[in-house]
Design a protein around this ligand. Structure first.
Ligand SMILES: Cc1cc2nc3c(=O)[nH]c(=O)nc-3n(C[C@H](O)[C@H](O)[C@H](O)COP(=O)(O)OP(=O)(O)OC[C@H]3O[C@@H](n4cnc5c(N)ncnc54)[C@H](O)[C@@H]3O)c2cc1C
Length: 446
């Protein structure tokens, strides 16, 4: 790529804070709330106009859709609080056996949690670079309608999903070839659906998780799934949509107003979401897929004949991009063999969904989430939270799940707070103090 030199410029310092969290998805929002509740100054910076990340941008309300029986265990903490507050604020819907967050209402739920916590929020603000002193991060450079500004911070938490901050710092990470990354999705919703007719059709089919076509076991074959592929197959067979269209729908919620509000039907492989050209192509190609999907749904799905497009997610959804190389890198063996770690910051059920694996957590088995996977190599005072934590491809199918992102987020927020209070680096933090504070915040770590 050709390059140009730009002159050195003096830019204003927007703020100074103890802990700065970049990105407000399940990882970042949990980190910022947990940190502020430890009584240290916390700032949360988000590039879009609302908090919530994939929840609010891609309309993914299925925080714990896997909770289909009482053997399932959770870490508790902020993730469960998201569900609880959504319930209390009328932002929760039930479908079949599980509860779903109303993703539009969650924008307001998140605002409320942020304001109650006393943290300092900044929306519409992208982070584009870092300020380093040797191998220590000292702050970031932001771009917004206010121009280029700096924020100085004692600790920084990278919750961008894509490990943008770790990348700017020069911390080691892995970005697999794009044809091996999980597909991206442009989610959409429909109105004008005869919901009862649609539900009768779905229930009569008795589709299970085994129908997803991923590696799974006998118990998954017994788990009901609303998975819908027939309309798209028929439309392809009849030459009405192209053969290459990547359509198969998981779908989330419905309302008595005739809405099916989030169809996760488009799965496009081969895009690198850290490349702006790929992002552009994927958004445009994704919307074309949405039109094909609606055409097929209207023609071949009972209850959808009068359906109309209601919404397209504000941003495409990314499942996989950069993964940091951590002080510890979680392994497939760990997640499938109930790994126990002395530096546990929470637990996660043995639940995998992604990278061609679907394992439901209906056994009560779980693994410890170690502090080492949120601690990047080589850079000091930086932690990561959410889907970019360290681990192999199979563990990604567990750690990318939103509940697990809240676990790594809450762990990062509390650890950053403890390290500020104790005046030690994030690497040097006393993990027993972090664990004690997490337990006090309601997190199960053992
Ligand atoms: C289509 C789809 C369906 C899914 N379904 C489920 C499901 O049913 N259940 C489940 O548990 N998981 C599901 N997932 C996975 C889950 O949604 C994600 O893995 C999870 O949201 C990741 O959380 P995160 O906080 O790491 O990142 P994100 O949710 O991506 O949040 C990152 C935030 O950082 C902001 N940001 C990014 N870069 C910058 C920057 N440079 N400056 C400032 N802000 C920045 C973004 O705008 C965003 O708000 C799904 C994912 C997709 C794509």
């Amino acid at each position: 790529m050709e390059t140009i030199e730009i002159p050195v410029k003096t830019i204003p310092i927007m703020a100074k804070t103890d802990v700065l969290v970049i990105g407000s998805g399940p990882g970042g929002l949990s980190a910022a709330l947990a940190c502020a509740r430890e009584g240290v100054d916390t700032m949360l910076v988000e590039r879009y106009g609302c908090f919530g990340g994939n929840i609010t941008q891609s309309m993914i309300g299925t925080l714990a859709w896997y909770r289909s029986n009482d053997k399932v265990v959770d870490a508790g903490g902020v993730g469960c609080e998201f569900e609880q507050r959504s319930r209390e604020m009328g932002a929760s819907l039930s479908i079949f056996l599980y509860e779903i967050i109303d993703t539009e209402m969650f924008k307001y739920v998140a605002d409320t949690l942020v304001q109650e916590s006393g943290l300092v929020p900044v929306l519409h603000c992208s982070t584009v670079d870092v300020i380093m002193e040797g191998n220590k991060i000292k702050g970031v450079i932001t771009e917004s309608k206010s121009g280029r500004q700096a924020i100085l911070a004692k600790r920084v938490i990278d919750a961008t999903g894509d490990a943008d901050i770790a990348h700017f710092c020069g911390a080691p990470y892995r970005l697999d070839p794009k044809d091996t990354l999980e597909p991206v999705s442009v989610n959409f919703g429909c109105s004008g659906v005869d919901v009862q007719t649609f539900l009768d059709y779905i229930i009569n089919r008795q589709t299970s998780i085994a129908d997803w076509g991923q590696e799974s076991g006998e118990k998954e074959a017994k788990e009901f799934s609303t998975f819908l592929v027939e309309p798209f197959t028929k439309a392809k067979e009849n030459g009405e949509i192209p053969e290459y269209a990547h359509l198969a729908s998981y779908w989330n919620d419905f309302t008595d107003a005739g809405e099916v509000r989030s169809l996760n039907a488009i799965h496009m492989p081969g895009y690198d979401c850290t490349d702006v050209q790929d992002l552009t192509k994927a958004e445009i190609e994704g919307r074309k897929h949405v039109m094909w999907a609606i055409k097929a749904l209207k023609k071949y799905t009972p209850g959808f004949d009068k359906a109309r497009l209601r919404t397209i997610g504000a941003s495409l959804g990314t499942r996989e991009s950069r993964k940091i190389l951590g002080a510890y890198n979680l392994t497939k063996h760990d997640v499938l063999n109930e790994a126990r770690f002395k530096d546990s910051i929470g637990i996660n059920p043995e639940f995998l969904d992604g990278n061609n694996t679907a394992i439901m957590p209906s056994t009560g088995r779980y693994f410890h989430v170690p502090y080492g996977i949120i601690l990047p190599q080589k850079v000091e005072n930086l932690l990561v939270a959410g889907r970019c934590v360290a681990g192999d491809k199979i563990t990604h199918a567990a750690t990318r799940q939103m509940m697990c992102c809240t676990v790594t987020g809450q762990g990062a927020g509390v650890a950053a707070a403890v390290s500020v209070k104790d005046k030690v680096t994030c690497r040097g933090v006393d993990i027993s103090k972090v664990q004690k504070a997490l337990k006090k915040q309601g997190v199960r770590i053992e």
